[in-house]
Design a protein around this ligand. Structure first.
Ligand code: ADP
Ligand code: MG
Ligand code: ZN
Length: 621
């Protein structure tokens, strides 16, 4: 590869040099060439004022120009002979002053090399510059330079990551520690006859730290690390992906013991044999090659494939069978203790003042992933820096959280009094309904300050996110979602478009309850609508694997459920008209109502001042 490039550069350079010398030769030829007889004639006619012989090149300066040229040249075939021939004339004419000066330069004199040599030197300099630039371009991974080669990051890009940088995830780390230990001293395992898995698949929602965990494994093992993203295997050209897979494994064998980390493996590992999405031949070839390679190396070779995906459900089953990715680690959304640990890791290199209680933040962020939390602290730091403060405080984190959840505040947006009122009634409706639903998450904040696309929001958050929802919880969520629309209907003559998102969400919940979780009596415990979304190439036929009759019943059931929730909600709000009005008045005056203030209002006690923070009610003891 390298030799070929050098060679072609050489050829280019030669062509360039020839071109240059040709051009220079043309310029050199501006003085006129004359024949030998004419040269002698000039001397005889006493027309030479001075001349020079340099090697074989004779240059004459004339008294009278020939064809407009004062200077003529001639290549002497026999410089010595010429000298002999003109010697008598020369003596005469120099004496009489016709020839003012002459010069014989002995030795090599003029030769083609006089011109070519500097050009060759210039050419060499050019080649060097060229080679330097070409080398740099090659390092930039230009696709044409390493087609069919995998785009591999060896070793640790940037700072070395260790298990300490990964907060929480104790079980996951323990499992992976085996791998680390194996890479450090494989003999220990092979001696007992133990086999370490070929492949380990990290799956879980995005942002939960899978990539981070994989990098930590490599960092801890202290071995070289080949990192490649699933999409790197995909190219427009069929066959390239497969050759890249071969390349990765070939390289891995050379540097073993090592880890091959394939991030976002779903890009290559999708299940095969689906005609949709263009019958992706390229992907199938790539996947087949991956399967072959994973079978091809023996367990003692010290190559471990670590892969990560957010979509384990769409992976080809062949990938997941024992012998390939035989160990699977689920990386889930962190619980509050883990969230606190993650916050601590990310707070380490940030300035935080005494008002910040990371434990409180952790409690109020149920459902946040590691990436969300890291982003949250970063946004807060930006807010502090924007105000020229040296450290972030709790208000910054609060504002950052609102920003993350709903977008930045839009206080300057023109708001009509009528819209404000409508928003206040809508949000109060949500809040009052939620308050009266026993299983509903408690209200943490109500606001009628527009943010992002929302005109207002009611934020309800549990102390701890539960992994399962019961039928009653789901039903009450629907009731809470309808609170906005119901309040509009009860307190205004008209209803608005402001509730469209609520209604979407309520309908989806109801549909899932009926069609997916088998929670309706009329339909029984059958899941009709499979996975979460329609996936091209999969679940296509399955999404409608029920009869029209069932579809009709399903629609009826959904409608019944929503109607029931609607009436339930109307009943709650009707019974709490006065309270709701108080919340509306408070919001019209203060724009933001904290969870505590809201509870005080509902309990009929005096409403105290507070900052209206999202962390209200989460105070860590
Ligand atoms: P994934 O690959 O699962 O989508 P990443 O590993 O890319 O997620 O995580 C994104 C970022 O979130 C990381 O760079 C890190 O800053 C942060 N993060 C996620 N989980 C953790 C954790 N357990 N401890 C510390 N930081 C985390
Ligand atoms: Mg990732
Ligand atoms: Zn709403």
């Amino acid at each position: 590869m390298k030799k070929v490039r050098f060679f072609s550069i050489l050829i280019y350079a030669l062509v360039l040099i020839l071109l240059f010398s040709w051009l220079l030769g043309m310029f050199d030829d501006t003085s006129m060439h004359i024949d030998y007889s004419e040269v002698i004639a000039q001397f005889e006619n006493e027309n030479v004022s001075s001349f020079e012989v340099k090697g074989s090149k004779l240059t004459l300066l004339l008294h009278e120009p020939i064809n407009g040229s004062w200077e003529v040249v001639h290549s002497l075939a026999d410089p010595e002979g010429f000298h002999e021939q003109i010697r008598p004339l020369l003596g005469e004419q120099t004496k009489s002053g016709i020839i003012s000066s002459y010069n014989f330069v002995a030795g090599k004199g003029w030769s083609p090399f006089d011109l070519v040599l500097p050009i060759i030197l210039a050419g060499l300099v050019l080649i060097l510059i060229w080679a330097f630039l070409a080398g740099r371009a090659a390092n930039n991974n230009h696709p044409m330079n390493n087609f069919g080669k995998a785009n591999i990051i060896s070793g640790q890009p940037g700072k070395k990551v260790s298990f300490q940088d990964v907060a929480g995830m104790e079980e996951e780390k323990k499992e992976l520690y085996e791998v680390v230990d194996f890479l450090r001293n494989p003999a220990k395992y092979t001696a007992v006859g133990a086999q370490i898995p070929h492949g380990i698949l990290l799956s879980g929602p995005p942002g939960t730290g899978k990539t981070l965990l994989a990098r930590a494994v490599a960092g801890e093992a202290g071995v070289q690390f080949l990192s490649i993203s699933g999409s790197d295997f995909m190219e427009l050209y069929v066959g390239v992906g497969a050759s890249r897979v071969r390349d990765v494994f070939a390289q891995a064998r050379k540097i073993a013991p090592t880890i091959i980390f394939i991030d976002e493996i779903d890009a290559v590992g999708r299940r095969r044999g689906s005609g949709m999405g263009g019958g992706h031949d390229e992907r199938e070839q790539t996947l087949n090659q991956l399967l072959v390679e994973m079978d091809g190396f023996s367990k003692s070779e010290g190559v471990i494939v670590l892969a990560a995906t957010n979509r384990k459900d769409i992976l080809d089953p062949a990938l997941l069978r024992p012998g390939r990715f035989d160990r699977q680690i689920y990386v889930g959304v962190p619980d509050s203790a883990e969230r606190e640990a993650i916050l601590k890791v990310h707070a380490k290199n940030k300035h935080i003042d005494d008002s910040v209680k990371l434990k409180t933040v952790a409690m109020a962020t149920a459902g946040f992933t590691g990436a969300d939390l890291s982003n949250l602290l970063n946004e807060a730091a930006i807010l502090a820096a924007r105000d020229n403060r040296p450290a972030m405080n709790m208000d910054d984190i609060n504002e950052a959280m609102m920003k993350v959840l709903a977008g930045p505040e839009k206080r300057n947006r023109v708001r009509l009094q009528k819209d404000l009122k409508l928003t206040a009634i809508h949000e109060a409706g949500h809040a009052v309904a939620m308050y009266n639903l026993p299983t509903h998450d408690p209200v943490r904040q109500i606001s009628i300050i527009p943010r992002g696309w929302a005109l207002g929001m009611t934020w309800a958050q549990p102390e701890e996110e539960s992994t399962h929802l019961t039928r009653n919880e789901m039903y009450e969520m629907i009731v809470g979602l309808l609170g906005g629309r119901v309040a509009e209907e009860l307190f205004l003559d008209d209803i608005s478009t402001g509730a469209s998102n609520d209604i979407d969400r309520a309908s989806k919940l109801a549909r899932d309850m009926v069609g997916r979780y088998g929670m309706s009596k009329a339909l029984g415990t059958i899941s009709y609508t499979g996975g979460d979304e329609l996936f091209i190439g999969r679940d296509f036929e399955r999404t409608k694997s029920y009869s029209e009759k069932i579809a009709g019943t399903m629609d009826d059931e959904v409608k019944t459920l929503i109607d029931k929730a609607y009436n339930h909600c109307a009943e709650i709000l009707n019974n709490n008209r006065q309270k709701l009005q108080q919340v509306v008045d408070f919001l019209m005056e203060h724009e933001v109502m904290s969870g505590t203030q809201f509870r005080q209002c509902m309990e009929g006690v005096e409403i105290t001042e507070d900052s209206g923070s999202l962390f209200d009610g989460f105070d860590a003891k």
